[in-house]
Each structure stands twice: as structure tokens, then as C-alpha cells.
Design a protein around this ligand. Structure first.
Ligand SMILES: *[C@@H]1O[C@H](CO)[C@@H](O)[C@H](O)[C@H]1NC(C)=O
Length: 118
């Protein structure tokens, strides 16, 4: 029992320190980025019509949350992995920031290089 407790304690400390490490690198969470951008999914998958107000609002929320280089890179990686899983209409995705009047720190394309973001 005592051993079990100390093991859980160590595991909890390890998790906490890992979490803290991630926090110091980037405060932005991929899950938040995806949640913000979820209203965009129908526009992005079909490429038809125009993005909704909720979609544009989500996009500007991501941009304002990504205030440091680490955050912008984290948001970028998150979008890249979401794009590889959902294969959106790239033309529509690339047009999205312009349609919303939001400036992204990186252009959306089929091969985004997140490490180039500063
Ligand atoms: C992608 O969206 C554009 C309009 O933004 C449309 O012209 C094009 O046909 C769409 N492509 C596919 C593969 O759906």
C-alpha cells in the first residue's frame, strides 16, 4: 500500500512537471484551437459558401491567443495535423483568413512549415 501511494505520487509529479514543461513552451492548447475552429469544418470540407461568423470569430480567437512564437508554432502544428486528418479543401482553407479579414502568422497551404514562423 505504501509503495502504491509513493508510485502514484511520483507518477503525479511526473505528469505535473511534464505539463509544466509544455506550458513554458506554448500556452496554447491544440484542443482549444480545434474547438475554436470547429465552426469552420463545414465550410472547409466543402469549400462552398462563405465561412460563418462563428468560424471567423474562432479564427480570430486563435490568432489573438497565439501571442508568442511558441504559441504560433503550436497553433500551426495543430492546424497542420488537423488538416492531415481531415483533408479540407485547401483552396477554401487558404482563402479563409482573407474572407474573415484575419491575418494569420503563416499562410495556409498544402505544406505549411511551422518552424519558419517567428
Ligand atoms: C474547393 O473550394 C473551391 C472554392 O473555394 C471550389 O472552387 C473547388 O471546387 C473546391 N474543390 C473541391 C475538391 O471540392
Amino acid at each position: 500500500m505504501k509503495q502504491y501511494i509513493s508510485f502514484s505520487f511520483m507518477a503525479a509529479m511526473l505528469l505535473l512537471s511534464l505539463h509544466h514543461l509544455q506550458d513554458s513552451e506554448a500556452a496554447i492548447q491544440c484542443s482549444d484551437v480545434l474547438k475554436d475552429l470547429s465552426p469552420c469544418s463545414s465550410y472547409l470540407s466543402t469549400g462552398s459558401g462563405s465561412p460563418s461568423t462563428a468560424c471567423c470569430g474562432g479564427l480570430s480567437a486563435v490568432v489573438s491567443a497565439a501571442s508568442t512564437t511558441a504559441d504560433r508554432r503550436a497553433a500551426c502544428s495543430c492546424i497542420v495535423s488537423a488538416m492531415s486528418q481531415n483533408s479540407p479543401n485547401i483552396t477554401a482553407a487558404a482563402a479563409l483568413p482573407g474572407l474573415c479579414g484575419v491575418t494569420l502568422p503563416f499562410p495556409i497551404s498544402a505544406n505549411i512549415d511551422c518552424s519558419k514562423i517567428s
